[in-house]
Ligand binder design. Structure first.
Ligand SMILES: *[C@@H]1O[C@H](CO)[C@@H](O)[C@H](O)[C@H]1NC(C)=O
Ligand SMILES: *[C@@H]1O[C@H](CO)[C@@H](O)[C@H](O)[C@H]1NC(C)=O
Ligand SMILES: *[C@@H]1O[C@H](CO)[C@@H](O)[C@H](O)[C@H]1NC(C)=O
Ligand SMILES: *[C@@H]1O[C@H](CO)[C@@H](O)[C@H](O)[C@H]1NC(C)=O
Length: 336
């Protein structure tokens, strides 16, 4: 750049004038250079930031089986009639989407142990609340406006309000309207699913047996709080119908996949029971997802069917033979 200026014909002439001019040109050139250089650097910085952001976004779906959607924050300021809430405290709305016997009861107690989380349990367990879609919307409004009082909800300073919704409780019957509602109100969806559907099947069969048998002192329970109780319940070993086993497992899996498809445009996270068993730090990802302060979360619930599956199934050999060589083979080998 300097050379161009130096060779300009105008500059040929008196020596001193030339000298002064040379200095001026040099200074000008330097200033120009600095300006160009800094502009270039700024641009490069912006580009780099953009790259970083883009790679974060594209890298976001499926990080440790956790799917992050948009990072927009949705705050709500409910004005409850029935509850004394921390006045004017903003809350986030969430829903735990799950299937029976997937460990979601345990997960919900963990969530509720957070001082700022209020999860209301299976509110759609009551049929009248899901009779038709307007009843569903009405119930959702009551929960999210903090006007529905349940025994599991909290009266403390809630920063996140939600409940547990099983796939067979109307959620799959009105996907259009419900998705619309979730989107409009910015509901955070937590899919809590099980990877091992065979273990889930054992839990379903054992639980349904216990409805009649009432193994714990004549009382039917779905969750226990001590190892003795867990042991008593797990003594019953269900016999699995191997004729329908493959199609039963297939149905369970495809229901979960369908739910993910219906609601995959929501702001959501997928948490697998097995992953949480292996790595309690997964809970931190859930806390981050709901933008809550990180806290140690606790539950009193104790796992019922511990140890190898072979010990919990009466006709284990049949089951083993049936699933060997199928896509469900992994279920018979998995630890959880
Ligand atoms: C939905 O069910 C409720 C309760 O039974 C009823 O009052 C209401 O009319 C129903 N709404 C529609 C749109 O069917
Ligand atoms: C969480 O709860 C505590 C105790 O009630 C309260 O002081 C705090 O403000 C709450 N945090 C949020 C973010 O609401
Ligand atoms: C096992 O499943 C098959 C196919 O669905 C069914 O026909 C049969 O009755 C079942 N057996 C038992 C004992 O439930
Ligand atoms: C959402 O579901 C649709 C329909 O099945 C599918 O095409 C799409 O890939 C899914 N998106 C994500 C992010 O899972």
């Amino acid at each position: 750049m300097t050379r161009v200026y130096e060779n300009t014909p105008v500059l040929k002439g008196r020596k001193t004038y030339l000298g002064v001019l040379k200095v001026l040109v040099l200074v000008f050139a330097m200033l120009c250079g600095v300006h160009v250089c800094s502009t270039f650097l700024k641009q490069a910085q912006i580009e780099r930031k953009k790259d970083l952001f883009e790679s974060q976004v594209s890298g976001r779906p499926r990080r440790n089986n956790v799917i992050y959607q948009s990072q927009f924050s949705h705050f709500h300021y409910p004005k409850p009639q029935a509850r004394l809430e921390c006045g004017g405290n903003p809350v986030r709305l969430f829903v735990i989407v799950s299937m029976q016997r997937s460990g979601s009861g345990w997960f919900e107690t963990l969530m509720n142990s957070h001082i700022n989380v209020s999860s209301n349990g299976e509110i759609f367990g009551q049929k009248y609340r899901r009779q038709n879609v307007s009843m569903i919307i009405n119930t959702l409004n009551r929960v999210y406006n903090l006007d529905l009082l349940t025994s599991s909800s909290k009266n403390e300073c809630s920063a996140a309000i939600g409940f547990k919704w099983m796939l067979n409780q109307g959620l799959m019957d009105h996907p259009g309207e419900i998705l619309d509602y979730f989107t409009k109100r910015g509901v955070y969806v937590i899919f809590f699913l099980r990877r091992n559907m065979l273990r889930r099947l054992v839990s379903i069969l054992a639980n349904s047996f216990d409805k009649e048998a009432k193994l714990l002192n004549g009382l039917h329970v779905s969750h226990v709080h001590s190892h003795e109780e867990a042991l008593k319940l797990s003594r019953y070993k269900p016999t699995i119908n191997v004729t329908s086993l493959e199609s039963d497992l297939e149905k369970m899996e495809s229901t979960a996949v369908k739910a993910l498809e219906y609601y995959n445009s929501t702001r959501h996270i997928v948490v697998y029971y097995e992953d949480l068993m292996k790595n309690p730090n997964k809970l931190m990802q859930v806390e981050d997802f709901l933008m809550l302060a990180r806290m140690k979360l606790k539950s009193r619930q104790v796992k019922i069917h511990k140890g190898p599956l072979s010990e919990h199934i009466n006709n284990w050999d049949d089951v083993y033979r049936t699933l060997s060589g199928t896509t469900y083979e992994r279920y018979i080998r998995a630890k959880y």
